[in-house]
Design a protein around this ligand. Sequence first.
Ligand code: GLU
Length: 405
Amino acid sequence: MERLEEAARLIGLEDDVLAVLSRPKRVLEVSVPVRRDDGHVDVFVGWRIHHDTARGPAKGGLRFHPALTKEDVAALAIAMTWKCAIVDLPFGGGKGGVRCNPSTLSTAELERVTRRYTWEILPMLGPDRDVPAPDVNTDERVMAWLMDTVAMARGEAAPGVVTGKPLEVGGVQGHHGATAEGVTIMVREAFAKLGLPVAGARVALQGFGKVGGPLAYLLSSLGVRIVAVGDLMGAVTNSAGLDVAALATHVRANGTVAGFALGDPLPSEELFAVPCEAFVPAALAGAIGADQARALTAQVIVEGANGPTTVEADEILAEKGTLVVPDILANAGGVTASYFEWVQAREGYPWDPAVTAERLRDRMQAAFNAVWDRSEGLGVDLRRGAHCVALDRVAAAIRFRGIFP
Ligand code: GLU
């Protein structure tokens, strides 16, 4: 909200439009009773929130997390409105989730949570209403259950109701690595602006999951040295660059980067102080607070995660002159690939994967340029510039459509 209000001031937004955007359009809270494998019933709470739909159906991920709150979901839905506008997709912003700990659920229990949650939020969903996608702790399998539940309930195929699906049921090649692909483009663009060479550069990563895993591969294929990677259970460092393929094998076997033999162990908190040119937070929100911002040596931060930097940390980074590529631009590759999947589902005609890849690169590059130019024009950082680009576009849609009735 602080960031919205500041952007509104910067672009001289009228109060009426700010008032419309200051509240979510729809909030649905649902109870999700699930029979556990041992026979007893647990009742989880879930939400689906549409922030704004002036530019198109609500779009945004579905997350399962034990500490999830309604406020988290609402904030993430707002961020999706801006993100979709920055990459110029015909979507509004939405988000959903269930407060549960998927690591304590069997596969069958996870399926029951997904299906019952989907059933409860059914009135919100549809290719022209709201299109979920994977997010923290959800994957293509969860998306397939979600699609199947909608298809069973409506008695018709529902390929356009969700993105990030398995290839076998209408997913697209390249969706899996699309967020990482977008982050890679941002690293290259930011380095080009600062005159830093990419080959040989040092990058430290927080998170080695859906974003951090593919990202480490993509960056090292450009000659970047991945000098440190951290996750919930620990961190590893190697100033010559970690062997990413060996690290991925270790993570598949152990569920964490900790204990990786081809690197030195590092306490998680020291990850932020590892000397590097770029740091990519690709885990959860709030990872970079004031202390971490002070410790960071990187000249560039590219936010792979949603909301990784606190407002206080942002100020510290600005004083240090660190270039921060904000989440709503940096990780928009995922939702851009989702858009392509949605279009292909509606056309019923899959594109050549090379076309998808090329269009993703074009969108991300155009978005970076729009945000860079707007930030320069206003004399503000990229986060403020990004919010202004997004707000300009969303506000224009609201003005043209007017207020109903
Ligand atoms: N969960 C991803 C994000 O936060 C993707 C959302 C989508 O594709 O709808 O951007």
